[in-house]
Design a protein around this ligand. Sequence first.
Ligand code: NAD
Length: 360
Amino acid sequence: MYYSGEYRQSPLSFSPAAARTVSWSQEASGIQAVVALDSLALGPALGGTRARKYASLDEAEADAQALAAAMSYKAALAGLPLGGGKAVIDADLKGLDVKERAAFFADFGQFVDSLKGAYITTEDSGTTTEDMACIRQGTRYVVGLPEKMGGSGSPSPYTALGVLQGMKACAKKVFGKESLAGRTVAVQGVGSVGRELVALLVQAGAHVVCADLIKARVQEAKKKFGVQVVAPEEIHSVEADVFAPCALGDALNAKTVEALACKIVCGAANNQLASQEAGEALHEQGILYAPDYLVNAGGLIAVSAEPVVSGKAFDRAAVLERVQAIGARTEELLRFAEESVLSPAWAARVLAEQRLGGVP
Ligand code: NAD
């Protein structure tokens, strides 16, 4: 199940020796970026470009490295012939007008191109499908392109669908049935993925409580879906069946884990666990944690079906089928964790490392 061979061979050539962290700055604006290439054992490193202002370039680099490592695990567990990479732009880019933004991403594309296919970029928090189209002017090593360019469009709906399937698998394990009807789900962050997940949950009959730092976003969700809204600092402690972190990383630390009042944690955010200990603490508290890089792989599965990676035209139906399979993968992981007497967080790490050929 984990390592089905369909995607084994990548049409791209790359040099495994290229694994490293590289920095770049745009001459015109002085905006700095970092690309972290983690494992290239299974293929070229694919991962999004995140744009946000960091306290320092060192912090941006550390974030890029942690996110790239999670991408290696994500690709490994999804059975994709890809390594892990991530780009971080140390700016929120909101100050740029449309023309400046387009020029910035075209230049950034040239930088990505200089990595000769070792890194393939895509959308992430703070960047858009349109930005990917601008990057395409500088390089072919970009996915998550608009559908009119033969791309898969926004990865967020695929990510949300995969999270929903993972959540159903967890519900089956904890409550004996996968239906989310009547279940309360607390969603932290209703950005690109969170809002798609809310739509799917409401459709599935769940009672949704949500929070976001941006008021307009929760107001929109409330108006559209009639969801309940709470303050961002309260969302993790809402009494719920499921807590779904869909904001940024480190949602689960010693303090928040202790305050959780749910049975399951399953969400889209990357790097939810502030440390491996947080995963063990969840397990000890009897909370079922669905490893983030297992359940949030829907977007990666979609973008990796674009021609530059798969060598084939994008096939939406085939992708949806593969994303739906995240449910079965989650069930299998939970079985493996139980048989091995490991927490799901640890069990996922063991499986990913096995696939990467290392020792956890
Ligand atoms: P986004 O920036 O569109 O949305 C994140 C939302 O979280 C924003 O609305 C933000 O205001 C909110 N937020 C931030 N901190 C918060 C807090 N403390 N409390 C409540 N809300 C908070 O990003 P996105 O594309 O929706 O991605 C969400 C997460 O999922 C990220 O961690 C991302 O790396 C991960 N992810 C996304 C995809 C994808 O397909 N976009 C795929 C895999 C993983």
